[in-house]
Design a protein around this ligand. Structure first.
Ligand code: UFG
Length: 344
């Protein structure tokens, strides 16, 4: 089976994608600098699939070592590029770190791909490129709005870099995937989201509060123009998201598209408020999530959810998991982390 390079393959979405790729037979090489992930994730992957992916501890901004890596693993046919910094708040404080990590890594890959005869790349983008859309649900044709953070800008510029590179040279094929909000964990609870320090994102904060690591969840605002006043997002099971990468890489390898560049929204098409997430989490898992309403968080978008019909039709992919099952998987993962912490 073809060799696929997964950058950021020990990270949250990356690790779930490695599992899905291996399970359909791909030979996976993981490149990660472990800046926001743990080497033990490889054990989790191996426990699920029975295969330990080849691993290279390299920073994707390091051109020379990336070149050597392509040489060593000659025959790579596709790249799935997750490796990036992703904390919105941190990006405001350290913009250069974000521009360097997120853009230099992408440019290195695009430069090295033709040298090593690698045509295909899947790029992790985000619904953040739409800002607050004028129309909901949001389609791929919605205008790109000015980004509110350097992180968001790196995703917009990353898309532009790919677009311009392909415009200049039809050697490349790319699929840009715009993720909505991935949550949950693998059903085995052997891999999941492992935030380092205090979580920025909703779900890890919810699970850590339910288990007692955090005292109270802060719900950022209940005065938005939404039915219950809290913000609305399209929460998608991370395994559903991971599967879309397998379909995308296959689409390029099998030349199923005439286009060299395609863009897809990856969401469920269902918008849920912060309070709906908290209430459903409590109900399906039989646990309490103490919370209080606080001020709005700067930069938050009021409401956004996907129109995934283009991805559904063209990729033949659909997010299948219910939100209940997704929230159960998140809790199972948190319980498993607690059990492991007690054992060690
Ligand atoms: N929220 C809370 N309390 C928290 C954390 C979040 O109420 O402690 C609310 C937020 O205000 C927001 C919703 O939960 O309404 C979701 O927030 P997240 O931080 O989980 O995710 P965002 O929708 O803000 O998405 C951002 C970026 C994405 C990026 C994602 C993951 O916009 O591009 O974080 O890093 F992919």
């Amino acid at each position: 089976m073809p060799k696929i390079l997964v950058t950021g393959g020990t990270g949250y979405i990356g690790s779930h994608t490695v599992v899905e790729l291996q399970q359909v037979g791909y030979d996976v090489i993981v490149v990660d600098n472990l800046s926001n992930s743990n080497i033990e994730v490889l054990n989790g992957i191996e426990n699920i699939t029975g295969i330990r992916p080849d691993f290279e501890n390299i920073d994707c901004t390091d051109y020379v070592n990336m070149d050597r890596m392509f040489e060593k693993h000659a025959g790579i046919e596709g790249v799935i590029h997750f490796a990036a910094s992703k904390a919105v708040g941190e990006s405001v404080e350290k913009p250069l770190l974000y521009y360097r990590n997120n853009l230099v890594s992408l440019m290195n890959l695009l430069q090295l791909m033709p040298i090593h005869n690698v045509k295909n790349i899947v790029f992790s983008s985000s619904c953040t490129v739409y800002g607050q859309p004028d129309e909901l649900p949001v389609t791929e044709n919605a205008p790109i709005k000015p980004a509110l953070s350097p992180y968001g800008k790196t995703k917009q510029i990353g898309e532009d870099i790919i677009r311009d590179t392909i415009h200049a040279d039809k050697f490349y094929k790319a699929i840009i995937l715009r993720y909505f909000n991935p949550i949950g964990a693998h059903s085995s609870a052997k891999i999941g989201e492992l935030p380092i320090g205090v979580p920025n994102n909703l779900l890890p904060f919810v699970t850590q509060t339910a288990i007692g690591i955090r005292k109270q969840l802060q719900v950022f605002g209940n005065d938005y123009n939404t039915p219950d006043g809290s913000c609305i997002r399209d929460y998608i099971h991370v395994v559903d998201l991971a599967k879309a990468h397998v379909v995308s890489i296959e689409r390029m390898l099998k030349n199923k598209s005439k286009e060299n560049l395609e863009i897809f929204n990856l969401g469920t098409g269902r918008g849920l408020s912060v309070l709906e997430i908290v209430n459903t989490f409590e109900k399906v898992n039989g646990v309490k999530v103490p919370y209080r309403i606080v001020d709005r968080r700067e930069g938050d978008i009021e409401q956004v959810w996907a129109d995934p019909s283009y991805a559904n039709k063209v990729l033949g992919w659909k997010a299948n998991e219910t939100v209940e099952e997704t929230l159960r998987s998140a809790w199972k993962w948190e319980l498993n982390l607690e059990r492991k912490a007690k054992e060690s």
